[in-house]
Design a binder for this molecule. Structure first.
Ligand code: PEP
Ligand code: MN
Length: 264
């Protein structure tokens, strides 16, 4: 179902007027790694909305490496994220990690994110496939392109055709980046499927100084959007404080990409 052999024309999502894929201009998905407080979300949404960003991200359920790391605000985070996004005319995307949470997350989020660590969670893929919300599907940490596309197939096979693929870097032997951004996967996914494909430069690089060149490269190979973490005060963030952009950093980032983004 995800194959271009089945459907040759690009799938273009229209989520409350925000178009993603095909001939739509590339979109930006931005916001903090984790939803931490009302002030943090309010400042971030106000800043990003003023810059024309239409999709606000923020994790309420966080897949942390350590069980002792900040696990997210849960339902309170969902309520906060969706309210702040709405107040600023933005869509809200957030991760769902558990089949038992799909219903509540779908109630508050405009787009459900399946994270890299859950790309192989077939029960979760089926459950989001039964939901009425579009799904942003991250590529797994060590997933092949074929496995990633089969994960999308799980969602479509349950009747949900609104899937956005997201390349976020894969595990390799390289240590100077957190992951290795696989641009071939972006070009191949665009070629082999009709689905929109976006690139998460933040989790791919794991360091701020590479975000601009990686985003330029992603757009050059045909990505339909860029996913980037932005936080009012990255140094004090409760997760991913090495890689989130502050507001001045986001300004520089979006200015560097402006000719490639052609934001309406
Ligand atoms: C995220 O986007 O919040 C996240 C945890 O990313 P990934 O699943 O790609 O690691
Ligand atoms: Mn993060």
């Amino acid at each position: 179902l995800v194959s271009r052999k089945v459907k040759s024309e690009d799938t273009v999502l229209d989520i409350d007027g925000v178009r993603i894929g095909g001939d739509a201009p590339p979109i930006i998905v931005a916001g903090p790694c984790s939803i931490e407080s009302e002030e943090q979300m309010e400042q971030t949404a106000a800043f990003l909305a003023a810059k024309g960003v239409k999709i606000l991200r923020g994790g309420a359920y966080k897949p942390r490496t350590s069980p002792y790391g900040f696990q997210g605000m849960g339902v309170d985070g969902l309520i906060l994220g969706s309210r702040v996004a709405k107040e600023h005319g933005m869509l809200f995307v957030t991760e769902v990690m558990d089949t038992r949470d799909v219903e509540i997350v779908a109630e508050h989020a405009d787009i459900l994110q399946v994270g890299a660590r859950n790309m192989h969670n077939f029960a979760l893929l089926r459950e989001v496939g039964r939901s009425r919300r579009p799904v942003l599907l991250k590529r797994g940490l060590s997933a092949t392109i074929e496995e990633w596309l089969y994960a999308a197939e799980y969602i479509l096979s349950e009747g949900n055709n609104e899937v956005i693929l997201c390349e976020r870097g894969i595990r390799t032997y390289e240590k100077w980046t957190r992951n290795t951004l696989d641009l071939s996967a972006v070009a191949l996914a665009k070629q082999e499927t009709h689905l929109p494909v976006i690139v998460d430069v933040t989790h791919a690089a794991g360091r701020r100084d590479l975000l601009i060149p990686l985003a330029k490269a992603a757009l050059a190979v045909g990505a339909d959007g860029i996913h980037v973490e932005v936080h009012p005060s990255p140094a004090t963030a409760l997760s991913d404080n090495e890689q989130q952009l502050d507001f001045a950093g986001y300004d520089k980032f979006s200015e560097s990409l402006s000719s490639l983004l052609r934001q309406p």
